[in-house]
Design a protein around this ligand. Structure first.
Ligand code: HEM
Length: 416
């Protein structure tokens, strides 16, 4: 179950190494002082982060948008942008993610977005979630922990948090276990579009053919998994085409697995580096929901998303011309000092308040309940199964890194 590596052409293939390379992990350690400085100057920065973080490792500068753009950083400015999908369109994703995913929900505006989302949502019911928790998430998380529980040490990122959400998604889609390594590999390559267009496009085509085959099978013999539900979903006589289902399935891995591995790792990092908070959560699991929200507020897996202004608009007194790219800074919003005291501190005793890690408005994360459930199961399992789990003092100190995507590369721990 925990074997996430596979062999190709006689060479050892390590998807995590490829993943680290393509997401440029490690390039930026702490972007929050820059977010704070810009936000203090103005809630909406006229520009992007030009040069402030140096060249972004692994990303071809030609692919970075260097034209005039605007960066909302305060909670109110970010929320206002995300609430108003008519003024702030998602369509520009078609030129980036759309190249490898196809026309996915992410790049749709209303009314198309609403119709499509209502169909997709039929696969994410409360009942489905209860089944996934019992049949998939629990067994997958415990199966991965079984592999190292007797050893007294582990890297919780590589051995648990990175693999588990991909296994869960493969299970939700009803893919056989033997297809998982290749599926995982292609999913990683899909998001490598930023550094290697050819590899990203090849993976995209591979996943297209793969899913087209699975959809044909499920249309013949439905099996109750997500692909079968999507193949049968209907609303007011509308059904999803193969093309639409495939675009969603190709989005699901980057959207669902990459983010959940990061949010679980970031939360665990917050807890491990604050042992008194770890102990209070271990002793009182009713704090779990608050801990998860605080982890998401403090270190959201995704610090920025994109929109485009469809008309001239004034935002917090800043004039934005039609056509401007908007660099929506979720990370800045989540540490806005006018909303949270000591915003840079991870503190699970905070009074709960809406944060923007899952965005807001029409595109607010479709998988947020699933992500919360998965994180609850994974963190509870760590606390139950690894007594006295603590950072390994002999290993390099873990650190959350990254600019847009953030997570620690490793969480080396000891336990009794
Ligand atoms: C902690 C984990 C997660 C975080 C922080 C997160 C964050 C986000 C954010 C910020 C967006 C908005 C993107 C935009 O509008 O530009 C989004 C959308 C989305 N997320 Fe998540 N996500 C997480 C987990 C998941 C999971 C587990 C799934 C699996 C089903 C998922 C599926 C989606 C989908 C399908 C969308 C597009 C929704 C739409 O466009 O209407 N996410 N997510």
């Amino acid at each position: 179950m925990s074997d996430t590596t596979t062999h190709t052409s006689g060479e050892e293939y390590d998807p995590f190494a490829v993943f680290e390379e393509v997401t440029g992990a490690g390039a930026v350690t702490d972007p929050y002082p820059v977010f704070a400085e810009l936000r203090a100057e103005c809630p909406v920065h006229a520009g992007g982060f030009e040069g402030r973080f140096g060249p972004v490792a692994g990303v071809d500068p030609a692919l970075l948008n260097e034209g005039p753009q605007y960066t909302p950083l305060s909670f109110d400015a970010v929320q206002a942008v995300l609430k108003d999908g008519e003024t702030f369109s998602s369509s520009a994703y078609a030129d980036s993610m759309g190249l490898v995913m196809g026309h996915s929900i992410l790049e749709m505006d209303e009314p198309e977005h609403h119709e499509y989302r209502s169909l997709i949502q039929q696969a994410f019911t409360r009942k489905a979630m209860e089944r996934w928790e019992a049949e998939l998430v629990g067994p997958i998380v415990h199966g991965l922990i079984d592999d190292f529980a007797a050893e007294g040490h582990a890297d919780l990122v590589r051995q648990l948090f990175w693999p588990f959400p991909v296994h869960v998604i493969a299970g939700m889609l009803g893919l056989p276990a033997e297809e998982l390594p290749e599926f995982h590999r292609k999913a990683v390559e899909l998001i490598s579009i930023g550094v290697n267009i050819e590899r990203g496009l090849e993976a995209s085509q591979w996943l297209y053919d793969f899913f087209a085959g699975v959809i044909a099978e499920r249309r013949q013999t439905p099996r109750g998994d997500v692909i079968s539900v999507l193949a049968e979903a209907e609303l007011d006589g509308q059904r999803l085409t193969d093309e639409e289902i495939i675009a969603f399935l190709r989005l699901l891995l980057p959207a669902g697995a990459e983010t959940t591995y990061r949010s679980s790792s970031n939360l665990m990092f917050g807890l491990l580096t604050r042992p008194e908070q770890l102990a209070s959560l271990r002793d009182d699991r009713s704090l779990m929901a608050a801990a998860i929200e605080e982890g998401l507020r403090w270190e959201p897996p995704l610090t920025g998303i994109g929109r485009t202004a469809t008309r001239d608009v004034d935002l917090e007194g800043v004039h934005i011309p039609a056509g401007s790219p908007i660099n929506v800074c979720l990370g800045g919003a989540n540490r806005d000092p006018s909303r949270w005291d000591r915003p840079d501190d991870f503190d699970l005793a905070r009074e709960p308040k809406q944060h923007l890690a899952f965005a807001f408005g029409p595109h607010m994360c479709l998988g947020m309940h699933l992500a919360r459930m998965e994180t609850t199961v994974a963190i509870n399992a760590v606390l139950d199964r690894l007594p006295d789990v603590r950072i390994d003092p002999a290993a390099p100190a873990p650190q959350v890194t990254g600019l847009t995507f953030r997570a620690p590369s490793a969480l080396p721990v000891l336990f009794d």
